[in-house]
Design a protein around this ligand. Structure first.
Ligand SMILES: [Fe+2]
Length: 395
C-alpha cells in the first residue's frame, strides 16, 4: 500500500467546483433577498443613488455611515453594482477633462499611430492608459476639480477602506464598436485558468476585495451606444474567475445581462468580480467616452505603474495656490491628496527609514499635507519627495 498518497486539496478549486446550475440558483436566491432601502431607485436590480443627496449629507457622519454600509453590502453580497446619478453635478468639469484627455489621445495617435487593445480591434476604440497621471501632468487644475468628488471617495472607502489608489483608463468607443467578451477584472480576471487553479479558493475572494471598478460617463450613453453590460449578483460566485472562461457561462451572460443608460456626469461602480463587458455601440453617431476607474486597495498592487511622486510634485504649485486662494474646502483638499499621492507608508527600507515614533514612516500623503500646512515652496516639496524616494532605495 502506498502510504504517501496526498489528500485531496479541498481548499483549491478543480473542474468539479464549477456548476452553472449552482450559479443560477445563487443569483436567483440573492435577487429574491435583495435589500437596499437607501437607494433612490432600483432599475434592473441596480440600486441608483442621487449624488446631490449624499453630498448634502456629507457632514452628517451617521447618515454617511449608513450609506457606506449599504454600498458595502451591495458590492459584497447584493447586486455588486451601484450607480450615482450626477456624481459630477457640474458637468463642465467633465467637459473640460474630456477636452484635455482628447488632446492627449490625439497626441499619442500622432506619435504612436492607431493601436488596438486587449479587447477592441484597431480603429473601433481609442484608449488612454494611465489617464490619471497624464491628466494630472497635462492640466493640474482640471485634475484637481475632477478628483474633488465626494461619492468617488465614499464608495472607494466603502469597499477598500482608506488609502485607496486611483488609476484611470479612458475608453472611447466609436459607432460600430463591438462588445467585449464577458469577463471579470483585475487581478484574477487577467490570468489563465491554469494559473487560477493554483490559488487556494480564499485567494479568489481576496482578489475581488482589493480593487473597485468604476466608470465615469463623459457623455450621455443611451443603450444603443453600448454602456457596460452587467450581470448583477454574479460577483458572489466564488469560482467565477474560472467559470466566466467557460462557454456555458458566457452564453448565460449573453442572454441575461442588463444595461443601464447613463447621463454625462453619472458614475458606475462595481465589484471587479461582477461578470461584465463593454457593450455594442450600434448608434450612428455617438462616440461613447468613458473614463474607467480601477481603484486599488492600499494593501494591494494596482494594475498600472503610476508615478505618484511625479504627480505630487507636479500638482503642488497649482494645489498650493488654489488652497491659498480659498478655492477648495478642507474636504476637497483631502480628496485631491487621496487621489494623487501614495497613502500607504510601506514597503519601506527599515534600515534607514525606521519610524522613531509611531508604527510607520511618513507616506507621500503625509508629506503633501505637511507641505500645504507649512506653506512649503515648490522647490522644498521637490527636494523632500526626492529624499523620500532615496529612502526607499536599498543601495
Ligand atoms: Fe472589465
Amino acid at each position: 500500500m502506498n502510504r504517501h498518497v496526498p489528500a485531496p486539496r479541498t481548499r483549491w478549486f478543480d473542474e468539479t467546483s464549477i456548476s452553472l446550475q449552482d450559479f443560477i440558483a445563487d443569483v436567483k436566491k440573492a435577487e429574491a433577498q435583495m435589500s437596499c432601502p437607501l437607494a433612490d431607485d432600483v432599475q434592473k436590480s441596480v440600486p441608483i443613488y442621487n449624488a446631490s443627496k449624499i453630498h448634502a449629507l456629507i457632514d452628517d457622519q451617521s447618515a454617511i455611515d449608513r450609506y457606506m454600509n449599504e454600498w458595502t453590502d451591495v458590492l459584497l453580497d447584493g447586486p455588486g453594482v451601484v450607480v450615482f446619478r450626477g456624481a459630477f453635478a457640474d458637468t463642465s468639469i467633465v467637459d473640460r477633462t474630456t477636452d484635455v484627455l482628447n488632446d492627449l489621445i490625439a497626441e499619442e495617435k500622432r506619435v504612436m499611430g492607431e493601436r488596438g487593445d486587449h479587447f477592441g480591434k484597431v480603429g473601433q476604440n481609442a484608449r488612454l492608459w494611465n489617464a490619471h497621471e497624464k491628466l494630472c501632468v497635462a492640466n493640474p487644475e482640471a485634475f484637481i476639480h475632477y478628483n474633488a468628488i465626494d461619492v468617488v471617495d465614499l464608495i472607494s472607502r466603502a469597499w477598500l477602506g482608506p488609502l485607496y489608489q486611483i488609476t484611470t483608463q479612458v475608453n472611447v468607443v466609436y459607432p460600430g464598436g463591438k462588445a467585449q467578451t464577458a469577463h471579470r477584472d483585475y487581478h484574477m480576471g487577467f490570468q489563465t485558468a491554469e494559473q487560477l487553479y493554483q490559488y487556494p479558493a480564499h485567494a479568489h475572494r481576496l482578489s475581488a476585495e482589493l480593487t473597485l471598478q468604476g466608470a465615469i460617463a463623459h457623455c450621455d450613453m443611451p443603450i444603443e451606444s453600448g454602456p457596460t453590460q452587467l450581470l448583477p449578483f454574479s460577483q458572489r460566485y466564488l469560482p467565477g474567475y474560472l467559470a466566466i472562461l467557460r462557454p456555458e457561462f458566457r452564453d448565460y451572460f449573453l442572454e441575461h445581462h442588463i444595461q443601464l443608460p447613463l447621463k454625462k456626469g453619472d458614475a458606475l461602480f462595481f465589484n471587479p468580480a461582477l461578470f461584465h463587458a463593454a457593450g455594442n455601440n450600434v448608434s450612428k453617431d455617438i462616440v461613447r467616452f468613458a473614463n474607467l476607474m480601477q481603484i486599488g486597495s492600499g494593501y494591494g498592487r494596482s494594475i498600472e505603474v503610476v508615478d505618484r511622486v511625479r504627480m505630487s510634485v507636479g500638482l503642488y504649485p497649482t494645489l498650493h495656490s488654489m488652497v491659498k486662494a480659498g478655492k477648495l474646502s478642507p474636504r476637497q483638499i483631502d480628496l485631491v491628496i487621496a487621489a494623487t499621492a501614495e497613502g500607504y507608508p510601506f514597503p519601506a527600507n527599515l534600515d534607514i527609514d525606521s519610524p522613531l515614533s509611531g508604527m510607520a514612516p511618513p507616506s507621500q500623503q503625509d508629506l503633501l499635507k505637511l507641505a500645504l500646512h507649512e506653506n512649503w515652496t515648490s522647490e522644498k516639496v521637490a527636494s523632500e519627495f526626492e529624499a523620500y524616494v532615496k529612502r526607499r532605495l536599498t543601495h
